[in-house]
Design a protein around this ligand. Sequence first.
Ligand code: TRP
Length: 331
Amino acid sequence: MSKEIVVSGIRSTGHLHLGNYFGAMQNYVKMQDSYDCYFFVADYHALTTHPDPKELKPSVYRVLAENIASGLDPEKVALYVQSDVPEIPELYLMLNMLAYKGELEKVPTFKDKVRQHPDNVNAGLLTYPVLMAADILIHRAVKVPVGKDQEQHLEMARNFANRFNSRYGEFFPEPQVFRFNDETVKIMSLDGNGKMSKSENVNATIFLNDDDDTIRKKIMKAKTDQGPTEANMVMPDYIQNLFALMNAVSNPGVTDTFRKAYNNCNVRYGDMKKQLAEDMVAFVAPIRERAAELNKDEDTLRKILKMGADKARASSSETIKGARKLMGINY
Ligand code: TRP
């Protein structure tokens, strides 16, 4: 039986952090064997904000190197850059004819951008959801692992797919949100304010390229308190977060010891953080080093991209051929 098709776009801004790693990457890595995965760097999407041309290549290489170092296997998945697949902008053009100005203007992410950057309300920004729909529909994918903030975009992709189907004939399946199982760990910011993110407090976010001492410093500064005042007390979320991190990177015995100490009200957060810091360093260092090594190895990265683009184009050209035929573009 053929595997279900999964597509996901990776943004090329900022370094990967532990929130991405445990919240998404680990799941992507698990998916590689059971699904037909297409993962790509969304470089065309990035153009909506006019990045410095000199910065594109380093950021694309960096994001590729970090994703591969985190466990994505370019032999198993199609790992490519969006702009290497000209079928995507072709489908984007077709879908633009089925997307209405009114519905695009109502999208909350678009309205946010208009509010934040009223001087750069370009058509690419308005049609961002159409390009995203093209990314997905080009492989006729059925599952898309995205966060809450992208669910509306996915709904629009379903609408465009259905509109195409009802106008030209059944062709695109409806892509659905791929939900990770409940075991997915949610990593909070080390200052206890919301989820770990690259845009909030960078001192409370551990990036996969942080050096050993930076990791130690960030963990030692993580928010704690006076400790529990009675046995088996419910943990505040910032303490629970430290345990979640420990669970993810330390030996189970170590976590158990501190958990027991917590329940007996004699936990020492200083010791706990020291232990966590060392285990975190041991966890992150090999990923960071592998990413740095790959990042310098342009030949290998270029080969990986070529391989990914070939796989992506094989699937994309089939879709475009079918769409053109249905639309009558076959002279
Ligand atoms: N818009 C997504 C984000 O900001 C990235 C993205 C672009 C994407 N195209 C996609 C995600 C297609 C899933 C499928 O995170």
